[in-house]
Design a protein around this ligand. Sequence first.
Ligand SMILES: Nc1nc2c(c(=O)[nH]1)N[C@H]1C(S)=C(S)[C@@H](COP(=O)(O)O)O[C@H]1N2
Ligand SMILES: [Mo]
Length: 567
Amino acid sequence: MTVPPWAGALAGLVSGGVALGVAQLVAGVGGAPAAFPVVAVGDAAVDLAPAPVKDFAINTFGENDKTVLVAGVLVVLAAVAAVIGVSARRAPAAGYAGFGLFGAIGVLAVVTRPDTRLLDAVPTVLGALAGAWALTWLLRRATGPVARAGAAGSGGLSPAGSAEPISPPPGSAPAEPVFPGAGEPGHEVEGGFGGGAEAERPTVMRAGGRAATFDRRRLLTGAAGGAVVAGAAAVLGQQLGGRRAVNAARGGVRLPAPATPARPLPAGTDLRIGGLSPFVTPNGDFYRVDTAIVVPQVDPRDWVLRVHGMVDRPVELTYADLLKLPLTETYVTLACVSNEVGGPYVGNARWLGARMADVLRRAGLRSDADMLLSTSADGFTCGTPVDVVMDGRDALFAVAMNGEALPLEHGFPVRQVVPGLYGYVSATKWVVDIKVTRFDVDQAYWTPRGWSAKGPVKTQSRIDVPRSGDSLKAGATTIAGVAWAQHVGVAAVEVRVDRGQWRQARLAQTPGPDTWRQWVIDWAATPGRHTIEVRATDASGRTQTEQVAPPAPDGATGWHSITVDVA
Ligand SMILES: Nc1nc2c(c(=O)[nH]1)N[C@H]1C(S)=C(S)[C@@H](COP(=O)(O)O)O[C@H]1N2
Ligand SMILES: [Mo]
């Protein structure tokens, strides 16, 4: 024999992993998490287990009993996979039989679950096939062809532990190990075993008369590759399956009517000018900024919000609890601190949610607390000033955006929205935890990374039409854009061309001080290159500063300026 038992066991383990990874991936792609065989086998084991065993497990492991169960199934599967691998070294048929049995038990467990269909057996079948294929591939790979001299050193052939040490004849040239039948792309089959050359090589005979020997390095690299494939497939399958499940749960959300509905938008809120940002940003166009590489999948049925820290009574709310609170509907413009002057990271939506103040009052805030440290399901944190949230503005634990449950990438099932504060200190998506604390005790995610601990939104205005660089025809031209002075309101917008006189733009209506405001002005464009600038003044009379500042550490300032060519 050529392959030592440990190597067979390793190949078996990795192949078992490939089998489960592929099964998980297929189950995920099919949107049928229940079709994942490990869970089905675990559930079947629970059903078959005698009552005292079940009681023991529940008493011993409590809430973790499901995790322990799945871990137990995996340990048993790992042991079986190792045995299959050891047996398959001599008889490949043993590998096929092993995975066949594996698959049969999995299929049986899956299809006998009450919540599955025959089709749910597909992931298990494909997984078993992939496992059998992986095992064959690994063992073939491990039984590399007989080496010639060059390969002995570089290829690490016949290392210690190999059952069949080889001493390659000196002076043989090619370094590439060759094994006819292994079918490795890129490996020329030179000096085949049918030729006369093999007579010179000390070889080990395999069944079928082919010569081969154990190649530890090739086994280990193959096993590593298999492990990566298995892991990636499992993670991807889990993600896809989770996403499907959460999307389904999102589709099933019934949004309650708001106790405090948004007032209907006044006529003239949206000037409907081509190229001008619409007053309400459609969900699909809303900017997205977060640190999440993959969108967190939070099932509303599992969602709990914990409020703790400097409170009289810690509070825990489920999604159902939250929906039972009196909900407020309101238009709020969200802005990102990273937005450059004139940049795109700002949007306006109609949000529906529970007032944060209601929930916090339930918990009873201690008077010396000044920060709400909110944490998302993926560990991101915001630090929000308590006084801002409690001063009566519409700071929400939002569940809906423009009339539908929050899109996953905008924080489903629950996110914060606080009018007047940049997103990085207030707008925690997928929020699950509020620690009531102090700014001199805790720091949120962006603070040690060089951004200001507090982030009130700075007054800004933006020209949407024309666009910078546009070529225009001389004559009557519309200049239009949006301006925002969060929670204070925009009182005036002025425009000037070529540093001439500031002229007042006409302002659109707004439902309140928490949204941006459209503006428009006519311009008799004359031939030549022109610079157009805009500035806003808030309702307290403060005009947006001309002083240019970059986004870090607390928001960009300066006037938005564009250049157009008129012919
Ligand atoms: N969980 C989480 N929430 C987050 C962030 C994040 O990285 N993770 N980014 C914040 C920032 S910087 C902004 S500007 C807003 C953006 O919200 P949006 O993606 O829904 O537009 O979300 C905030 N909430
Ligand atoms: Mo942001």
